[in-house]
Design a protein around this ligand. Structure first.
Ligand code: DUC
Ligand code: ZN
Ligand code: ZN
Ligand code: ZN
Length: 485
């Protein structure tokens, strides 16, 4: 096994920073300290002036995913190469069965597609319908596949959307299995009504997408999911929290003792609804995603949530489509494939907009890009910490690095970048993926297939035992909702 020593940097974890060298043996961190003797032949990385941080974890990607009549343009190879180039060493992708399709078949399909991954990766499983088969397969997904999270779409009516009955059944099943439900929280019935009304008034362009999905539809669905999860005793993770209404619902729930987590995206933190106004059709359509970009006042709420801890994770929802793919929606905004990219840019952008401005400390940066989600997903401290025994997923972060984001230089296979022209201060000088140099001085060294599948064990039943639902009249059997198919 090769040895590697990172000398002269400042180790930054979510709770503490200190100057130290880091010794790596093979895939694992084996020593941290100020006077480490490296074994002869160990390779040295000079981290002088740099921070030595746990590699980023992006818990929300859609790689090579069939969606809205097409397939996302970044596959596991290029999506994970983009991740590594930006300091992210693990992604968690959504395994998405068609409604009625076996989860087991979808899992096999995703394992096959992900063999190309250059970084480590895991999966969430989507629940897109409810049946005895789904009920039974969820147990296999948790116990055999090492997946402890199930995603639910409350929008995309007529395709992926599940109703409240299905949510209740699936959340209760999650609670029983020690798994956690995730929700895409938008009221899909109301969105469909608004889409029809807009088209009826002749609004067909990308701006109609944003008008049809106002913050109210997200706030309502977030509240509803929180209450349903609490009644089943399940914790809840709300993906792509984009607005004040959703953030407030999450903060209120947490203040009341509920285990609810919120995940803003780097896109919603930095881009606003002006991207859809007075812009070319292509420009606006390239930025169509759900939820859409919001007014700036919502961004302030999201930043405040990251600072106070009421929101825990910054992700990307990396779901990249080319301009040609976006043009499937010319004449009807409902047909514009929803999604934007961000994997390569998440960490440099968050450092620039968060740390260099004083909004976040460097420890908070590590928390929201890596450690918090490692804990939420139950892979900590194997991932998400610079510690002896942890995987050597390390980013040597140069706070003085500078770059201007440009589609011409990106790993992503699409022909534009929603952050085109943004200047970043701070970026990865070196990214190590389980001890291997994956990115160094602007050059990608990781190879297709270097990544490993990461299993995640079920959660402690403490989450279930601590449902805050206090309806005294409900018999215990109903409260625990030991649901049957
Ligand atoms: N939102 C997107 O923009 N793309 C993928 C799915 C989603 O919920
Ligand atoms: Zn979503
Ligand atoms: Zn998504
Ligand atoms: Zn926990």
């Amino acid at each position: 096994m090769t040895n590697l020593i990172i000398r002269g940097g400042t180790v930054v974890n979510h709770d503490h920073s200190h100057p130290a060298d880091v010794l790596i043996d093979g895939e694992t961190i084996v020593a941290i300290g100020t006077a480490i003797d490296a074994p002869t032949g160990a390779q040295t990385i000079d981290a002088g002036g740099c921070y030595v941080m746990p590699g980023g974890i992006d818990p929300h990607t859609h790689l090579e995913m069939p969606f809205m009549g097409t397939v996302t343009a970044d596959d596991f190879e290029w999506g994970t190469k983009a991740a590594l180039a930006g300091g992210t060493t693990m992604v968690v992708d959504f395994c998405l069965p068609d409604p009625g399709q076996s989860m087991l078949a979808a899992y096999q399909d995703w394992r096959r597609k992900s063999e190309k991954a250059a970084s480590d990766y895991g999966f969430h499983m989507a629940v897109t319908s409810w049946s005895k088969q789904v009920f039974d397969e969820m147990e296999i997904v948790v116990k055999t596949y090492g997946i402890n999270t199930f995603k639910h779409f409350m929008a995309y009516k007529g395709a992926l959307m599940v109703n409240d009955d299905e949510l209740y059944n699936s959340f209760a099943r999650c609670a029983h299995l020690g798994a956690m439900p995730l929700v895409h929280a938008e009221n899909g019935d109301v969105v469909a009504r608004m889409q029809e009304a807009l088209l009826g008034r002749g609004v067909t362009g990308p701006e109609g997408h944003a008008y049809s999905r106002p913050p109210e539809v997200e706030g309502e669905a977030t509240n509803r999911a929180i209450m349903i999860a609490d009644m089943t005793g399940a914790p809840l993770y709300v993906v792509h929290t984009s607005c004040r209404e959703a953030h407030e619902a999450i903060a209120r729930a947490r203040a009341g003792g509920k285990r609810v987590y919120g995940e803003p995206l780097i896109q919603h933190l930095l881009l606003d609804a002006g991207e859809y106004q007075n812009k070319s059709w292509n420009h606006a359509a390239q930025r169509v995603m759900s939820p859409p970009f919001r007014d700036k006042s919502h961004q302030d709420s999201l930043w405040a949530g990251l600072q106070s801890g009421s929101l825990q994770v910054v992700a990307t929802d990396h779901c990249a489509f080319t301009t040609d793919q976006k043009r499937l929606g010319v004449g009807d905004f409902r047909k514009i494939p929803n999604g934007t990219g961000g994997l390569e840019d998440r960490m440099p952008l968050l450092w620039t907009a968060g740390v260099t401005t004083g909004r976040l400390t460097k420890e908070e940066f590590v928390a929201v890009t890596s450690s918090n989600i490692a804990r939420i997903l139950n892979v900590y401290p194997r991932k998400g910490r610079i510690a002896v025994g942890s995987d050597a997923d390390v980013v040597v972060w140069d706070p003085s690095a500078s770059k201007t984001i440009s589609a011409k230089k990106q790993m992503s296979r699409i022909d534009y970048n929603v952050f085109e022209g943004f200047s970043c201060t701070g970026g990865p000088a070196v990214t190590l993926s389980r001890g291997k140099i994956a990115w160094k001085d602007g050059e990608l060294r990781a190879e297709k297939g270097d990544g490993k599948y990461v299993e995640r064990p079920p959660f402690s039943p403490v989450h279930v035992a601590n449902s805050t639902w206090k309806q005294q009249t409900a018999p215990q059997a109903v409260r625990r909702a030991d649901v049957t198919p």
